[in-house]
Design a protein around this ligand. Structure first.
Ligand code: SF4
Length: 182
């Protein structure tokens, strides 16, 4: 996997101050995409253990609430195993930090294990996620007043609750407060 950018301090893509990783490669090609250069899977730099170490260091201050994955497409089958390795190391070191991801795929239609890539990898990936913002950016549904999403079709999904319930459960702020995710 390649990655485009790491933002060591990001307040726009999830609750609190977060580290954001923008991975390379996306096949959705949404008109009006905010990050067209990252459609190319070869864009940016190789994602190495040194990069993981840098992210672990960026996450260390207590005021950093967690990591957000963006793209590109963090759920493209070509990107999943490298991200799982990153999340495995983050959760081993910082179990209390939250993980958010943005995807152009739909959680229930495309992402659940067995739909995209290796089911075991996807299952482990989802086990580390707190919130998934899913669905492509649709320009006709763009709404600048939405929190943490660009268009009205996109959903903020509480991943642990959804996996437990077997249906999509939307993330609510009060849940984040209860679990210390804000
Ligand atoms: S899913 Fe995201 S990165 Fe991919 S084309 Fe759509 S807006 Fe751009």
């Amino acid at each position: 996997m390649n990655y485009a950018t790491i933002k060591p301090r990001d307040i726009a893509n999830g609750p609190g101050v977060r580290v954001s990783l923008f991975v390379s490669g996306c096949t959705h090609r949404c008109p009006g995409c905010f990050n067209e250069e990252a459609w190319d899977f070869n864009f940016g730099q190789p994602f190495t253990q040194e990069v993981i170490d840098k992210i672990l260091e960026d996450l260390s201050p207590s005021f950093i609430k967690g990591l957000t994955l963006l793209g590109g497409e963090p759920f493209d089958p070509r990107n999943q195993s490298a991200i799982v390795e990153l999340l495995r190391q983050i959760k081993a070191k910082y179990p209390e930090k939250s993980i958010w991801a943005f995807s152009g795929y739909l959680f229930d239609r495309d992402i659940l294990p067995g739909k995209l890539g290796d089911p075991a990898i996807t299952r482990e990936y989802l086990s580390y996620l707190d919130v998934l913002v899913d669905g492509p950016f649709i320009e006709a549904k763009k709404n600048l007043s939405l929190r943490f999403r660009g268009s009205e079709n996109q959903r903020l999904i509480d991943v642990p609750a959804s996996l437990k319930a077997g249906e999509v459960i939307l993330w609510q702020d009060w849940q984040g407060e209860k679990r210390g995710l804000k």
